[in-house]
Design a protein around this ligand. Structure first.
Ligand code: ATP
Ligand code: MG
Length: 430
């Protein structure tokens, strides 16, 4: 994109309503605008990050054997009466009445809907296991929406649901999802720690939350430094990986177990704060039974499939990543989810040689570079590129341009390199 023609309405002033750094930076960088309390419009820069995160989430769900579907945002109240959650859910549920006085709601989660779909489609144990998932907007009428997209009312979630023959199968699905989650966070470029959790509204008896470490996190977390060194992308044995993740110690405030904590060598003890970016649950036949979803088993008898559900807060991740990756000057995007691989900074707009080299470099990136082609001072261009957080800045001035040289700046480290164009581009492309 050309910056001069892009909808990236950056702000000079720090918005007064934003209490935490990710919210301030997202507004200042023109990524989002609040349209109503806890409801945001995603502008091009924000939308690009959201889409890249969603794509990594999708690829890892697919790799784990899950299948993508797309369920509606609006659900019927009757579905939720079947599970008994219509009344139980309380004021967080946004209830809607249509013109025929039918009761609807904006979905806060999809256990009921997916169970109804499966009940209608799956008749035999031979069709199991299944793990449908979707990436769809949810609505929860939070009492206190705050911290920008970290606690919105409308937010994007990936939710997957597993259906298995028996408990053993369901636990395998649960372990697969844990590995898929750790791979997802690692590919995104952040450290997330899985922690034993309560099952809350969803119910059930096994659950883990995944927390991104950031000083502004809502929960206190206690963990073993071994988590920071973990490598999920190279793990191949699901059982061994799960065993490792669940035997290293980690817990939130509520679950802090002093006896287990004391066993960790002092030099490996870490205390910090975390932002919950995902949660997985195994809850057995809670929904299949309540909603009478039974299939025929190998012995000809009907049985209720064993279920689990698996959420990732895709829009919350955008804020959480910024909380974990920023400095005084602005955002520092990890390469994998940066809105653009690089910014091209033209330091002498209007100089024929400089313009021509910038255009050539810009064309070679397709849609993956942001070309700062504005009539602006160099200082303003540097500041804006730092604020927007591109992993690389390709800086082009008239002196270098004559000799085919550019300057490269790595945002995360501040390192600078003077290089011939082709070498610079090769470095940016990795
Ligand atoms: P929280 O405890 O933060 O309110 P939750 O435990 O109620 O979240 P889940 O039902 O586990 O949320 O939903 C799965 C994921 O969806 C969460 O891990 C989180 O990343 C995301 N999420 C939940 N509520 C919100 C929200 N209000 N705004 C943004 N993301 C959210
Ligand atoms: Mg949760």
């Amino acid at each position: 994109m050309r910056l001069s023609k892009s909808l990236i309405p950056t702000l000079k002033e720090t918005p007064a309503e934003a209490q935490i750094v990710s919210h301030r930076l997202m507004l200042r960088a023109g990524m989002v605008r609040q349209m109503a309390s806890g409801i945001y419009a995603w502008l091009p820069l924000g939308q690009r990050v959201l889409a890249k995160i969603a794509q990594i989430v999708r690829e890892e769900q697919d790799a784990a054997g899950a299948e993508e579907v797309l369920m509606p945002t609006i659900q019927s109240a009757d579905l939720w009466r079947e599970s008994g959650r219509y009344d139980a859910y309380g004021k967080e549920m946004l209830r809607i009445t249509d013109r025929h006085e039918r009761e609807l709601l904006f979905g806060p989660t999809n256990e009921e809907m997916i169970t109804a779909i499966m009940r209608d489609s799956i008749k035999s144990y031979r069709e199991l296991p299944q793990i449908p998932y979707h990436i769809q907007w949810k609505f929860r009428d939070e009492v206190r929406p705050r911290f920008g997209v970290l606690r919105g009312r409308e937010f994007l979630m990936k939710d997957a649901y597993s259906f298995d023959l028996d408990r053993e199968g369901a636990v395998v699905a649960y372990k697969k999802m844990m590995l898929a989650y750790m791979r997802t966070f690692q590919r995104i470029g952040i450290t997330a720690i899985p922690m034993r959790a309560d099952t809350g509204q969803i119910g059930g008896d096994l659950s883990h939350e995944f927390h991104v470490l950031a000083p502004t996190g809502e929960s206190g977390v206690f963990y073993d430094a071994a988590f920071e060194a973990g490598d999920a992308t190279s793990a191949t044995d699901i059982e061994a990986f799960y065993e490792q993740m669940t035997t290293i110690y980690a817990a939130t405030d509520e679950k802090h177990d002093l006896a287990a904590w004391d066993k960790i060598p002092a030099e490996r003890k870490r205390e910090g704060r975390g932002i919950e970016v995902g949660q997985i649950f195994y809850f057995g036949t809670k929904y299949s039974e309540a909603m009478n979803f039974a299939v025929t088993g190998p012995d000809g008898q009907k049985f209720f499939p064993e279920m689990g559900s698996y959420g990732i807060g895709v829009s919350r991740l955008v804020g959480a990543i910024i909380e974990a990756k920023h400095d005084e000057a602005g955002i520092i995007w990890p390469d994998a989810i940066a809105p653009f691989k690089a910014a091209i900074l033209n330091l002498r707009q209007g100089d024929a040689t400089t313009d021509a080299l910038c255009e050539k470099i810009y064309a070679s990136f397709g849609n993956e570079a942001l070309y700062d082609d504005r009539e602006e001072r160099a200082g303003a261009k540097f500041a804006e590129a730092d604020l927007l957080g591109h992993p690389w800045q390709i800086i082009i001035g008239p002196r270098g341009a004559v000799n085919g040289m550019v300057e490269l700046k790595r945002r995360a480290t501040g390192e600078r390199f003077e290089l011939p164009v082709e070498e610079a581009l090769a470095k940016v492309r990795g």
